[in-house]
Design a protein around this ligand. Structure first.
Ligand code: NDP
Ligand code: PYC
Length: 352
């Protein structure tokens, strides 16, 4: 695909190192910085634009507000043969997953299935990086995260649910895993912000303004309005399920439980995340990946041109050969945020 003329390409490792310096300079531990930097850099690499470098200002204003603890050390409790709880201690969700991941995989392999329940965590990212690696190890994984009250339940009058994403990953036979990762709202909040910034109107049925009237104006949704679930009552039911699994079950906040009012600048939801990991080698059929392959072939034969995840893998392959695409001005701002922006530009050469 032709690059936008304002885009430069930078190696993934360089982008990740740059982001890690920024996170650490703005109040995280080195370990948290490295985990978040990899997550954001990989989202940017795969073209997950609403959760790539676009999110850095939100991470930094949240850290500056004192709302999240960027140095939190998660506490992992082995509560049953197939059940792990993690108290993220008001830190980010990804370090909490990292702390429990090895034990979770061991339990899934030993028992056929295992569950990881994270609470008091902040998830400000795409979910696919959390599940895709499980599928690369031959496991099936599901995850659920609730966020902040900005979605009106079906037929309701006020925002209550979060944008509440669900991600799923399953191994294939000699192919990249099948992965879907979707908000249960008609559109992710991040994409509403991007549309507002670019002055684009949204399709009908995505949101309402502060008086509850339908609107296609993203600014009206952000200014006291709200989003709607995708697919009417069906998306609303899935969003309710996410609140139950990611909050009621984990012990984290519901999306309507917290307020940023005392922390100006805070943007990250302080909620919970649930993982279900299954070892398909324990199944009666025992040939899950081959059966997944048969399904994919049948879907292609039925006319579906691509599987969920395929667009990301395509962007990833391009980034692996050309570098990760980043807007030139955005990259300059990132370099300033490291406090040592007299570096070399991967495309334009050394800064004079
Ligand atoms: P999209 O609607 O862009 O995509 C949803 C899924 O559908 C993706 O897996 C995508 O695959 C797939 N897909 C899209 N178009 C097609 C197609 N034509 N054929 C087959 N599959 C397709 O995602 P959302 O806007 O709902 O979410 C964006 C991101 O926001 C997600 O990463 C989500 O995790 C994140 N988010 C995070 C929240 C949080 O609290 N942390 C809250 C809400 C959202 P592909 O990627 O290959 O296009
Ligand atoms: O895009 O809806 C969203 C979102 C919420 C929290 C992080 N991303």
């Amino acid at each position: 695909m032709q690059d936008n003329p304002n885009t430069v390409r930078i190696p993934l490792a360089e982008l990740s190192a740059l982001l890690a310096r920024i996170f650490e300079r703005h109040g995280t531990s080195a370990q948290v910085a490295s985990i978040l930097a990899d997550n954001v850099a990989c989202a940017q690499r795969d073209g997950s634009h609403s959760h790539g470098v676009f999110r850095i200002p939100g991470y930094l204003s949240t850290l500056a507000s004192g709302w999240v603890d960027g140095k939190a050390v998660p506490v992992v409790s082995d509560s049953a043969p197939g059940y792990i709880n993690v108290d993220a201690r008001n830190g980010f969700a990804q370090p909490a997953l990292a702390a429990a991941r090895e034990a979770l995989v061991a339990k899934a392999r030993n028992n056929g299935i295992a569950l990881l329940a994270i609470h008091d965590s902040h998830h400000f990212a795409a979910l696919w990086p959390d599940v895709e690696p499980f599928a690369r190890e031959g496991l099936v994984a599901l995850t659920f995260v609730n966020s902040m009250a900005c979605v009106v339940p079906h037929g309701g009058r006020q925002a209550l649910f979060g944008t509440n994403p669900i991600a799923f990953a399953a191994p294939r036979d000699n192919a990249d895993p099948l992965v879907f990762d979707l908000a249960t709202s008609a559109i992710a909040h991040g994409d509403v912000q991007i549309a507002a910034r670019e002055g684009r109107r949204l399709p009908p049925g995505f949101g309402v303004d502060r008086s509850g009237a339908p609107t296609q104006d993203p600014a009206a949704i952000l200014d006291g309005g709200a989003l709607l679930p995708f697919g009417g009552h069906k998306g609303s039911a899935l969003s309710m399920m996410v609140e139950l699994l990611a909050a009621a079950l984990t012990g984290g906040n519901f999306s309507f439980d917290f307020t940023w009012a005392d922390h100006p600048g805070a943007q990250t939801p302080r909620t919970g995340q649930l993982f279900i990991v299954i070892d398909p080698s324990r199944a009666a059929a025992g040939n899950f990946a081959q059966r997944a392959e048969r399904l994919v072939r049948a879907m292609h034969d039925a006319g579906q041109p691509r599987m969920p995840g395929d667009r990301r893998y395509q962007e990833r392959r391009e980034a692996e050969s050309l570098g990760v695409a980043v807007d030139h001005e955005q990259l300059a701002r990132l370099r300033e945020l490291t406090g040592s922006h007299l570096g070399s530009d991967p495309v334009r050469g050394p800064t004079p």
